[in-house]
Design a protein around this ligand. Structure first.
Ligand SMILES: *Cc1c(COP(=O)(O)O)cnc(C)c1O
Length: 395
C-alpha cells in the first residue's frame, strides 16, 4: 500500500514537471467554456465574441432542422444505441444515412463510424499490415498519421502536396501500397493535388485514400467536396473518408467506396466492430444536414464570397495569408508566443481566433487558424479585419 502511494506520488511529480515545461514553452493548452450553440456569435468563458474558430463551415451545427431531427430521433429510438453496429446498435436511421451518403458521394456503399479519428484508424488496420506500405503527406491530420503507425505497415511521409516525391517513394516494393492524404489540409486550408496523387498512385498500382473532413459540404458545386472539385471518380480514389461533425454540423464520420471495401471494413475494422454505435438521433441529425447541405447551395456561395472578401481585405492589410481557397484562412505568425499574443489582442476586441501551436503544426509555424462559415455576415468579416489590423500592429 505504502509503496503504491509512493509510486502514485512519483508519477504526479513527474507529470507536474512535464506540465511545467509545457507552460514555460507557451505550449500549455487550455479549454474555453462555451455557453451557447455554435454560431457567428458565441459566449465563451462568459464573454460574447465573434467566432472565427469553428469547423461549422455551412452554419448547420445549431440549425433548427437538425435539432428537430434529434428530437424526433430520440422519440423514435431513445438516446443510447445500446450496442455496437454488429450487435443491436445499427438502427434504421443509421442504415438510411449510409444509403444517403452512398448516393451523395456517388459510390456503391457507405459505412458510418463514430468519429473521423476512429474511421481513419479502422481503415488502415483493415487494409494494411506487415509487408504493406503507407505513404502520407507530411502535413496529414494526426488521425491519419496515427492510423499508419497502428496498422503495422511500413510508414513513410512525403513532402507536402508533392506528387513527384510521392512517386519516388512508391517505387519501393510492397505487398499493398496505400497513399493517404487530407483533401483539404486542416491547418493550412490548401487542397492536396489529388489528380496528380491519383496518377502517381495508379502508375504504381497503389490505392489512394482521401480524408475529406474539410472539403465535404464545402467544395464542389453540390458540396461533394475535393473529389467533385477535381472531378475524380471511385477508380482514382477508391477510399473516401468524410466527417459529419464539421460542415454537416452533426457528429460522426463515414467511409464511402466499393461493395468489397465496405464489407471488408465491417468484417475487419476494429474501431467499427468494438465500439458502441452512435445514437440513432445523431444519424437523423446528419440526414437533415445532408439534405440542407445539398438544397441550400446559397450557403456555399455566401461562404465563397466571404472568403474572397476576407482575402482581399487581408491582402490590403499586408497580413501573412497562406495560399488557401477554402474557409480555413490561417495567418502564419511563426513563434508560439506571437500567435498567443495576437490571439489575445483579438480577444480584447471581441474576436475569437484560436492560436494553433506545435505539435499540431510544425515548430516555427504557429498561426491563427481563422475559419469562415456561412453563418458569418460580410459586416462580421469586416469587423474581423478591423480587429486584425489592431492586433497585428507592431508584430
Ligand atoms: C477533424 C478531422 C478528423 C477527425 O474527425 P472527427 O470526426 O472529429 O474525429 C480526421 N481528419 C481530418 C483531416 C480532420 O480535420
Amino acid at each position: 500500500m505504502r509503496r503504491n502511494m509512493d509510486a502514485a506520488q512519483r508519477l504526479d511529480r513527474a507529470l507536474g514537471d512535464e506540465l511545467e515545461t509545457l507552460k514555460n514553452r507557451a505550449l500549455y493548452r487550455l479549454r474555453r467554456i462555451t455557453q451557447t450553440p455554435q454560431g457567428a456569435v458565441i459566449v465563451v468563458d462568459g464573454n460574447r465574441c465573434l467566432n472565427f474558430s469553428s469547423n461549422d463551415y455551412l452554419g448547420l451545427a445549431a440549425h433548427p432542422q437538425l435539432a428537430d431531427a434529434v428530437h424526433r430521433g430520440v422519440a423514435d429510438y431513445g438516446v443510447g444505441s445500446g450496442a455496437a453496429h454488429l450487435v443491436t446498435g445499427h438502427s434504421r436511421a443509421h442504415h438510411a444515412l449510409e444509403e444517403e451518403l452512398a448516393a451523395f458521394t456517388a459510390r456503391p456503399r457507405a459505412l458510418l463510424f463514430s468519429s473521423g479519428y476512429l474511421a481513419n484508424l479502422g481503415i488502415a488496420v483493415a487494409l494494411l499490415g506487415r509487408g504493406d506500405l503507407a505513404l502520407q503527406d507530411r502535413l496529414n491530420h494526426a488521425s491519419l498519421l496515427d492510423a499508419g503507425l497502428l496498422c503495422g505497415a511500413r510508414c513513410r511521409r512525403y513532402a507536402h502536396a508533392d506528387a513527384y516525391a510521392l512517386a519516388l517513394q512508391l517505387t519501393r516494393p510492397a505487398r499493398r501500397k496505400l497513399v493517404l492524404s487530407d483533401g483539404v489540409f486542416s491547418m493550412d486550408g490548401d487542397l492536396a493535388p489529388l489528380p496528380q496523387l491519383a496518377m502517381a498512385a495508379q502508375t504504381a498500382g497503389a490505392i489512394l485514400m482521401v480524408d475529406d473532413a474539410h472539403g465535404l459540404g464545402v467544395l464542389g458545386a453540390s458540396g461533394r467536396g475535393s473529389l467533385e472539385h477535381f472531378n475524380l471518380e471511385l477508380a482514382q480514389v477508391p477510399v473516401l473518408m468524410g466527417t459529419l461533425g464539421k460542415a454537416f454540423g452533426a457528429f460522426g464520420a463515414f467511409v464511402a467506396g466499393s461493395e468489397a471495401l465496405i464489407e471488408t471494413l465491417i468484417q475487419r475494422a476494429r474501431t467499427y466492430i468494438y465500439t458502441t454505435a452512435p445514437p440513432a438521433a445523431l444519424a437523423e441529425a446528419a440526414r437533415a444536414a445532408l439534405r440542407l447541405a445539398q438544397a441550400d447551395s446559397w450557403r456555399r456561395q455566401h461562404l465563397q464570397a466571404l472568403i474572397r472578401r476576407f482575402r482581399a481585405g487581408a491582402t490590403q492589410l499586408g497580413l501573412p495569408l497562406l495560399e488557401s481557397m477554402t474557409p480555413i484562412q490561417p495567418l502564419l505568425l511563426g513563434e508560439t508566443q506571437k500567435a498567443l499574443t495576437v490571439s489575445e489582442k483579438l480577444r480584447q476586441r471581441g474576436v475569437l481566433a484560436v492560436a494553433i501551436r506545435p505539435p499540431t503544426v510544425p515548430a516555427g509555424t504557429a498561426r491563427l487558424r481563422i475559419t469562415l462559415t456561412a453563418g458569418h455576415s460580410e459586416i462580421q468579416v469586416d469587423q474581423l479585419l478591423d480587429a486584425l489590423a489592431f492586433a497585428m500592429q507592431g508584430s
